[in-house]
Design a protein around this ligand. Structure first.
Ligand code: ATP
Ligand code: MN
Ligand code: MN
Length: 308
């Protein structure tokens, strides 16, 4: 069978099919950002975002009436399926379910047309759904945690990973916290990846129990940072790098260099406008090594006896 990737060329008929209806509809009322401006955002940054979406099952937050109106999550394919999107069949307990994937770059415009401008994705790709190719550790600060402690938390994890000779990449969530992504070679099972993520989260709590908590118990979290490793469960998602967040004020889930992280003041400091200006001037992609980092995890290799 032919492998479908986002490079798939479109026929003239398909090209015609991506239309933005109601381009002047305001999606972010506080900043008066229209649907067309959101479509333009994704068009301008398509080269940056597509590598992170390619072949991945997506979970979409749709806000067709704008961010101040009701929004809803969609995991399964819409009917009829637009030509720019593809289905990614995934076995579930109740049978095979069809997830949403991008068929080609124009799929981004289709998503905006659907009001789906907050894009979340799986930690595995269609060709090896059962073997995650990245780990995402999600730092969720309680309401009383100062930002510099969230930054320190991500650095604490970075150092811990460096001791294991593992590279990691950081992004602002565009919401309240930070996400650390660890690209891995897709050879491990969900269970192994989840166990490894849980071990990292537990280690962090042990290293600084006054600051970190890795259990889901909500009442203990107000002054602590919840190390949410549950993003690494089969079927879980995290917001994609460069995705817009559907919040009262627009914000981009912005990938950063570790050194840049120190100068940040909040997780939502890149509005759509600021993100576009910043990306237009940016000299270097801080995650340029991400796509080529097929990292192995030694303790998992040892337990699998995979060798090197
Ligand atoms: P923040 O920095 O504010 O925590 P976040 O993106 O990390 O932003 P979380 O609340 O930590 O948000 O949620 C983690 C992830 O869980 C989300 O990014 C999303 O992928 C997933 N998620 C949240 N709500 C739903 C939902 N209703 N249906 C499906 N997935 C969801
Ligand atoms: Mn979070
Ligand atoms: Mn979370």
């Amino acid at each position: 069978t032919k492998e479908i990737t986002v490079e798939e060329p479109l026929s003239a008929k398909e090209l015609e099919s991506v239309t933005i209806t109601n381009p002047d509809k305001i999606l972010f009322p506080k900043e008066k950002i229209t649907k067309l401006e959101v479509a333009n955002y994704y068009h301008k940054i398509s080269k940056e975002i597509l590598p992170y979406l390619r072949n991945r099952p997506l979970s979409l937050l749709r806000c067709p009436e704008g961010v101040l109106k009701s929004c809803f999550f969609q995991k399964h394919i819409p009917t009829p399926l637009p030509a720019t999107l593809r289905e990614i069949p995934i076995a579930e307990k109740s049978g095979v379910k069809n997830y949403i994937g991008l068929q080609n770059p124009l799929g981004l415009t289709t998503l905006v047309q659907m009001g789906a401008f907050e894009i979340h994705c799986w930690n595995s790709v269609a060709e090896s759904v059962e073997n995650p190719d990245q780990i995402v550790i999600d730092f969720d600060p309680g309401p009383h945690v100062p930002w510099h402690q969230v930054v320190e938390a991500a650095f604490d994890l970075k150092k811990m990973l460096e001791q294991l000779k593992i590279k990691s990449f950081v992004k602002l969530s565009g919401g309240k916290g930070l996400h650390v992504h660890i690209p891995v070679r897709p050879v491990y099972s969900w269970e192994q990846i989840k166990a490894f993520s849980a071990a990292l989260a537990k280690e962090l709590e042990i290293s600084r129990p006054d600051r970190y908590i890795f259990k889901m118990t909500k009442n203990l979290r107000a002054k602590k940072i919840f190390i949410d490793y549950f993003r690494n469960t089969r079927g879980a998602t995290a917001v994609a790098p460069y995705s817009l967040r559907a919040r009262p004020q627009s914000a981009v889930a912005m990938p950063l260099e570790w050194s840049q992280l120190k100068k940040t003041t909040s997780a939502d400091e890149f509005s759509l406008t600021r993100a576009l200006a910043y990306l237009a001037k940016r000299k270097k992609d801080p995650w340029s090594e991400f796509q080529n980092s097929h990292q192995r995890i030694k303790i998992l290799d040892d337990s699998l006896k995979l060798g090197s």
